[in-house]
Design a protein. Structure first.
Length: 481
């Protein structure tokens, strides 16, 4: 019976072989060979993983799993033929070995329970392996303590996210998943990414794709933070739990902005509500209640390093967060090993890409622009204006620029004569797998509530005067809607 080599450190410390149930593993393979529903039961428990301890069983299950994904029947004859093609039949003991596995099966009634025992063994072995690696590194005095903590957190997150997922996948499996996703999108059952809540943005970006880094940049005063808060609030209202790392604003300021957006009560009035009318205060109270129910986590720690943010992002992921916002890149620090600021920003963007891929969620970060954009006659930003590093452009899946012409006292389009007051453009300058829009996605910007919304959206109408009671005479003066 062929077994994998046990971990030398764990064997030295504990003097025993890693956890396993070889008899159950053989029983599961036998069940697969005689019960056509057994393979699906295994997939339901193991996912795409291969948690078996015996290397011969690993080979058998890998071939059987490929047959299952290709919708091919699995029995003694078909599996033997596939093992023969893969030059594995002799190494597992030949056809007679497969027959021995089937003879072990008295009933498949408890197959799911047997699979869960095997999965439990696998988890324990992986924890032993990860722990052994950490012990070795901890004894090495050249190991950085923060790097060691990061490795420990990463190991825990991997167990939490996908305990038995393989480190590699065959293109056959990936191609099948791709076509299933394409069919669901074609039929309107799914979207390529998580919708931003702004239709005009989604028409270009097709939502925020899991595993990708998105960067939105702008000069001070353009409303970068207001832009991501507007999207985050809508995404959370639609059911996506979001996490925000606010390195500049306090959590109170973030919640005030969201409440202003929901209530349409001006942000300045929320921050200084001394003269607010009773009716408007009730509107504000209702909006605050709505905001309090949004699935959003806010971390206002300033000066975060990329290693610290990575650890906090993993903790948020374990709490159900499926989209992360960072405000903003230049306020973060690297690992401390970079030679200059440009290398440090490059390390930060690579780290954010790593977080997105590791957790398989979109990461949306803000960035400053260099002062060069102010020297340009039309003030429109471009990729070369990204501050401190070309790695931002290189690492990001998509790059957008928030641009409001009226900030520069440009109130009419010089070509069309269009009124540009309250107009914001999001220039999509890079989109790795999709369209760009250098003219800019047009949005409406409400400065009093610091809200971005769809330019063509229906504006809220006034409340019926008969519902306002004694406050009806103050409607035009006191309510902004």
């Amino acid at each position: 019976m062929k077994r994998p080599q046990q971990d030398p450190l764990s064997a030295y410390v504990f003097g025993s072989a890693p956890p396993s149930h070889p008899d159950l593993e053989e029983l599961v393979i036998g069940s697969i060979l005689i019960d056509k529903g057994a393979m699906q039961t295994c997939v339901d428990v193991f996912g795409d993983g291969n948690p078996f301890y015996l290397s011969s069983i690993q080979d058998l299950y890998r071939v059987a799993l490929k047959m299952h994904y290709n919708s091919r029947p699995i029995d003694l004859m078909t599996l033997s033929a596939e093992l023969q093609k893969a030059a594995l039949l002799d190494s597992i003991g030949g056809p007679y070995r497969l027959i021995e596995y089937t003879n072990r099966v008295g009933s498949t009634a408890n197959l799911e329970w047997h699979c869960r025992i095997i999965q439990q063994d696998y988890i324990q072995r992986e924890i032993i392996r990860a722990g052994s690696d950490l012990i070795r590194l901890a004894y090495d005095q050249t190991t950085d303590a923060l790097d060691l903590m990061d490795l420990a957190e990463k190991a825990l997150t991997q167990f939490t996210r996908a305990l038995v997922q393989p480190v590699h996948q065959g293109v056959d499996r990936i191609a099948k998943e791709m076509m299933t996703q394409a069919e669901n999108i074609r039929l309107g059952k799914a979207t390529p990414g998580i919708p931003s809540g702004l239709v005009a943005i989604d028409n270009v970006l097709r939502g925020f794709v899991p595993g990708a880094l998105y960067v939105f940049a702008g000069t001070p005063g353009m409303g970068k933070t207001a832009f991501i808060i507007s999207m985050m609030r809508r995404m959370a209202a639609a059911g996506t739990k979001c996490g925000l790392f606010s390195l500049e604003m306090s959590s109170l300021q973030i919640v005030q902005r969201m409440t202003s957006q929901v209530s349409k009560v001006g942000l300045s009035e929320i921050q200084n509500p001394k003269g607010i009318t009773p009716l408007k205060f009730q509107v504000l109270t209702d909006a605050a209640g709505e905001v309090s129910n949004l699935p959003i986590l806010i971390d206002e720690t300033s000066g975060l390093s990329i290693n610290q943010l990575r650890g906090k992002a993993r903790a948020m992921y374990r709490d159900g967060v499926r989209c992360i916002f960072v405000d903003y890149l230049q306020l973060m620090s690297g690992s401390g090993k970079e030679g200059n600021r440009e290398q440090e920003v490059a390390a930060i963007t690579r780290g954010l890409v790593g977080i997105a891929k590791e957790l398989n969620i979109p990461v949306i970060a803000l960035s400053q622009l260099s002062r060069e954009v102010a020297k340009r006659p039309n003030r429109r930003p471009q990729l070369s204006d990204l501050r401190e590093s070309g790695s931002i452009e290189q690492d990001a899946y998509a790059v957008g620029f928030v641009f409001r012409p009226e900030y520069y006292e440009v109130y009419k389009d010089p070509d069309t004569g269009e009124d540009l007051r309250g107009v914001a453009l999001v220039i999509i300058a890079k989109h790795r797998n999709g369209a760009i829009d250098l003219d800019g996605v047009k949005l409406r910007f409400d400065g009093s509530c610091t809200e971005f919304r769809d330019f063509s959206g229906v504006e809220p109408g006034p409340l019926p005067s008969q519902d306002l009671g004694q406050y009806a005479p103050d409607l035009d003066r006191d309510l902004p809607f």
